[in-house]
Design a protein around this ligand. Structure first.
Ligand code: FES
Length: 156
């Protein structure tokens, strides 16, 4: 990767060890994952051992060491959503996208994760795509919702 793209990120920080997590968050936002080449540069610039950076990167669920999809799906399987059809909703999404929770579609359009609660239990079952909430989601509406986020060439 071209690590020159990291310069705008480093310019926002002092280069202190305490900047590690914010810098990693910015890299994750920019690239949708933490490329190894970028972590090597972070190690040099913040003077933090690479092993420590990998520990942080693997500890927090918000970071990924593999490319994530353009759109992040968070499907709730908390107690209320579970009772209100969350598992059926998950089956529909996984079948439709061909990806299991924790995975990313081959075309890098979607990453799918399950979560314990999205704080909207009254709307169960709930899922989020990027910053958008979908509540009381009928299984039948999954194709229509996903279509909103698909690349135009994928539309049929
Ligand atoms: S259990 Fe799903 S939003 Fe709370």
């Amino acid at each position: 990767m071209d690590t020159k793209g990291l310069e705008p990120i480093f310019s926002r920080y002092e280069g202190e060890v305490s900047d590690l997590i914010p810098v990693l968050q910015d890299i994750q936002d920019e690239y949708r994952y933490l490329p190894k080449d970028a972590l090597v540069v972070v190690s040099e610039r913040l003077n933090v051992p690479l092993t420590q950076i990998f520990s942080v990167a693997t500890f927090y669920k918000m970071f990924s060491l593999v490319p994530k999809g353009k759109h992040q799906i968070k499907l709730c399987l908390g107690t209320t959503c579970h009772l209100q059809g969350g598992p059926r909703l998950l089956d529909s999404v996984t079948n439709r996208l061909g990806v299991e929770p924790g995975g990313t579609t081959r075309d890098l359009q979607f990453s799918l994760d399950t979560v314990a609660c999205l704080g909207s239990c009254a709307q169960a079952p709930v899922m989020m795509i990027d910053d958008n909430y979908y509540g009381r989601v009928p299984v039948a509406s999954v194709p229509k919702i996903l279509k909103i986020y698909k690349k135009p060439k994928d539309e049929k």
